[in-house]
Design a protein around this ligand. Structure first.
Ligand SMILES: *Cc1c(COP(=O)(O)O)cnc(C)c1O
Length: 458
């Protein structure tokens, strides 16, 4: 591709195309990168620059880019039946096969699946399900939902309300009533003088304290990501999830594990709850379900909730035109088959996950890096002006943005969440590609340090 085409497309993008999570005044000035090719863990822009996709696009392209098997499965389904809905007591073959497959790979007790078109819709579905679950049993007062600060549960009204992102709450009059947010298990940033283990227990008990404050008889559910992704890859202290699970087991409250990022292999287990040993009642999924080839999400419904919806009967007045879209289901089914046949979950657990963890955590010796963490194939490094004191920068996000820009220039897609650099490559990444990724990350940290010196920030 040549430059005139890039310039022309950039101008058209600026003229007509509103981007998600973007400043619509600034973006046209910066100009977008137009991605025109993708294969494996690599992407190319319209100027021919190559990048390692260290983020699996948006944490979702688990099987890597450009797989012809998916293209073939999708084309075949298009030729069979492109679309028919699920509303008229009708079903379709890919939706049935995919539901069966998800029940097979999910932990014991998850036999039912409700399809959506993405993570936010999965969250909205679960949100209505947990309240309806109690209402169906004559307990509509069990209505309140607890989530966590700095959680990300999507961008719809319920998703953004459940999420704990204050900039999202500030737009559109959120959160909606009936939701409260408790502390996140972010030791490096918020642990103070506590040890990580002590802080993990403290953060978990915030849930118990919130339940006691509101009254258990008023609470429908607790929503949480196993590892917060968009919040900056917050890997909880190892004491956190066992204590949360203990608190939940003693109380009559549903637990929704938001598996939109951790689901489908990212942690070297099929689902994040299996990695941490928690026992959810519902799992919200999307992203890795289709590795991004087509939009689809799914709520996996555990026995406790299914027993009420199937046992008591009564209509659940909820669904989307494209729920269980046959072509999206065909893509997802082929994606899961690839994860199985290439043993990608085991690969992350036994081989490439430990390999990358060793390389990535070695970045902790860099003067800008506060700590370096990774589980499965998801990791983070907080950038700090003062390692020993776990210091923060004066203006949150300034240094992260500098680092992110250097990373792009150096050929690596690494995301900045505030001043935390996060990484989540495709599960197919090779050892040589991990080496290259971490080499570029280190060079990027050196470039960032140089820029910070020039600006007088260090
Ligand atoms: C991305 C994400 C969502 C929202 O998914 P969309 O497909 O963008 O609607 C919800 N929860 C988590 C944990 C996510 O990472």
């Amino acid at each position: 591709m040549n430059r005139p085409i890039t310039e022309e497309l950039r101008a058209l993008d600026a003229a007509h195309h509103m981007h998600p999570f973007s400043d619509n005044r600034q973006l046209p000035k910066d100009g977008v990168r137009i991605i025109t090719q993708a294969k494996g863990v690599m992407i190319w822009d319209s100027d021919g620059n190559r990048y390692i996709d260290g983020m699996s696009s948006l944490w979702n392209v688990n099987i890597g880019h450009g797989r012809p098997e998916i293209a073939e499965a999708v084309a075949a389904q298009f030729r069979e039946v492109e679309f028919f809905n699920l509303f008229y007591k009708t079903s379709n073959v890919p939706a049935i096969r995919l539901a069966e497959k998800l029940a097979a790979i999910a932990p014991e007790g998850f036999e039912h699946v409700m399809f959506t078109n993405g993570g936010s819709e999965s969250i909205d579905t679960a949100f209505r399900m947990v309240r309806t679950y109690w209402a169906m049993q004559g307990r509509p007062e069990k209505f309140h939902v607890i989530a966590r600060r700095n959680a990300y549960h999507g961008s719809t009204v319920a998703g953004a309300s459940l999420g704990g992102m204050t900039p999202m709450h500030e737009q559109g009059g959120l959160p909606i009533p009936g939701i409260s947010h408790i502390a996140q298990p972010y030791w490096w940033g918020e642990g103070g003088d506590m040890s990580p283990d002590e802080f993990g227990i403290w953060a978990a008990r915030e849930l118990a304290r919130e339940i006691d404050r509101l009254g258990e008889n008023r609470i429908a559910a607790f929503f949480a990501e196993p590892i917060q992704g968009a919040g900056g890859v917050i890997i909880p202290p190892r004491t956190y999830w066992p204590e949360v699970q203990r608190i939940l087991s003693e109380r009559e409250i549903l637990f929704v594990s938001d598996e939109v990022i951790c689901g489908y292999g990212r942690l070297g287990t099929w689902f994040g709850c299996e990695f941490f040993g928690t026992k959810p009642d519902l799992m919200t999924t999307a992203k890795g379900l289709s590795s991004g080839y087509l939009p689809i999400g799914a709520v996996l419904v555990g026995k406790r909730v299914a027993d009420v919806f199937y046992g008591l009967g009564g209509e659940f007045n909820h669904g989307f035109t494209y729920s269980g879209h046959p072509v999206c289901c065909a893509a997802a089914l082929k994606n899961i088959e690839i994860i199985e046949s290439e043993r990608l979950v085991e690969r992350v657990r036994d081989h490439i996950g430990p390999y990358m963890k060793q390389k990535w955590t070695a970045l902790a010796d860099h003067p800008l890096v506060g700590e370096a963490e990774m589980e499965g194939l998801i990791g983070a490094i907080p950038l700090t002006p003062d390692k020993a004191a776990r210091g923060k920068w004066a203006e949150v996000g300034e240094v992260g943005t500098i680092c992110r820009n250097h990373s792009f220039q150096n050929g690596l897609v690494m995301r900045a969440v505030g001043d935390r650099m996060v990484i989540a490559p495709p599960l197919t990444i090779t050892e040589a590609e991990v080496d290259e990724l971490v080499d570029i990350a280190r060079r990027t940290l050196d470039d960032t340090a140089r820029t910070l010196k020039d600006k007088g920030l260090i």
